[in-house]
Ligand binder design. Sequence first.
Ligand code: PFF
Length: 464
Amino acid sequence: MATRGGFSSRLGFIAAAAGSAVGLGNIWGFPFEVGQGGGAAFVVIYLAFCFILCFPVMATEIAIGRKTEKNPVGAFTALGYKKWNWVGKMGIVAGVLILSFYNVIAGWAFGYIFEMASSNFGIADQFGEYTTKIFKVGGYGLLFMATTAFVVSKGISGGIEKAAKLLMPALILMILTMVVYSLTLPNAIDGIKFYLVPDFSKINGSVIYNALGQAFFSLSLGMGALITYGSYVNKKENIVTATALITLADVGIAFIAGLMIFPLIGFMSGGTMEGAAGGPGLIFVTLPQIFGTIGGTLGTIVGTLFFVLLCFAALTSTVSLLEVPVAYVVDEMQVRRKRAVWIMAGIIFVVGIPSLLGFGYSEFFSTAFTTFKEGGTDTDFLSFIASVANDSILPLGGCMIAFFAAHIWKKENLDEELAQGAPNYKGSFLQKYMNFAVGYLAPIVLGTLFVLTVLFKFFGISII
Ligand code: PFF
C-alpha cells in the first residue's frame, strides 16, 4: 500500500477533489446546458439534484474509497463483493469516454490562449471554422493529453495536489472580476432574468435528464473518480465536511460562471437572449467578443489569462479522469504507473478522434448521431457520447453505488466509515438523511431517471 501514495494534507484532498469537480463542466458545460435548457428553470432543477441527490452519493463514494484504499473495481472486491465490480468497470468505461471528448474541448480552449494572446477576438465569428482545422485543434488536444499524462505520472501528492492548490483560487478571482464587469454592460439585466427568474413551463423530460447528467458530470460522480481519490485520503479526514466543501465549491463556481456569461449574452443580443442556446460552442463565441469590447492591451491580457486559467481548471479534471483507469490498471494488472499512464492516455486520445471530427470536419460525425432528442434532431458524436456517458452511465453508476452501500455493504458500515474523522456525525440529522437518501431516495430516483433517460434519448419514447 505504501507505494500507492496519498494526499499530504487535509487541504490537499479537498483541493484535488474540488479540482476534479471544477473544470470545463462548470465554465463550458453549465452555461451551455442552461442556455439550451431554457434558463433559470434548468438552474433550479440542477441545484436540487446537486444538493439532494448528489451530496449523499459523493460522501458514499469517498467513504468506499477510503475504506478500501482501492480503485473503483478493486473496491467492490476488497469489500467482499466481487460480483459488484461491474459497477466499477462501467465507471472506468465512462471515464474513458468522458476524457475522450473532454480533451477535445480542452484542446479548443488551449488553442484559444494563443488566439487571445494575438488579439484575435474575431475568432468568435469564425468558431465554426476553427473547429474544422483538425490538425491544429487536434494538435492542441494532443499536447493537452500529454500534459495530463505527465501530471498523472508524477503521482498523487507530487503533481495533482500542487497544481490544484495554486490555480483554483486564481480562477475564482478571475471569474468574479468578469462577473462585475459583465454586470455593468447594457442589457445585462435581461441575461440575469433569463438565468435567475424561472419559467417553469420550460421544464420537460429533456431538461430534467440533462440537468441530472450535468450535475453528475460536474461533481465528478457516478464513475468512481471519488472512490479513487477517496482511496488516498487519510482516516482522520472528515468526509462529510469535505463533501460539503467540494459540492459548494463546484456548484458555486458553475453559478458564478453563469453570472458571467448570461449578462454578456444579454448585452450582445441587445436583450433578446438570442444565441443563448448556442450549444457546445457557447463560451468560445461569447467570451472573445467580450474581451474584444474590453479592447486594447487589457482585453488581450484578460482574454489570455482567462483561457490559461480555464485550461488549468480543465487539467485538474482531466488528471482525475485519467487517474481512474490508471489506478485500475496499476492495482489490478500490476502495470507500472508510468507505463499505465502513457498507454491509457494514448488509447483515450484515439477514442476521442470521432469527437474531434464531429464539429464540421466530417459530415458523418457531425450530424449522424441522432439521439431522438427534441424529436430526432441530428447530433454530433460528442453530444452523443455525452448522452451515453454523462446522462446515462453516471446516474446509473450513482444509483448502483448508493444501493450497494446501503443494502449490500450495509448502511452500518457506511455510517462507521463516515463517522471516522467526523465525531458529531453519529446521531445527527445528517446521518438520518444520509441513511434515507443512500438507502432509498437515490436508488429509486436515479434508477427511474436512468430508465426514462435511456428510453427518451435512445428510443424516442417520452414518458414525462
Ligand atoms: N467534473 C469535471 C468538470 O466539471 O469539468 C469533469 C469530470 C471529471 C467528470 C472527473 C467526471 C470525473 F470523474
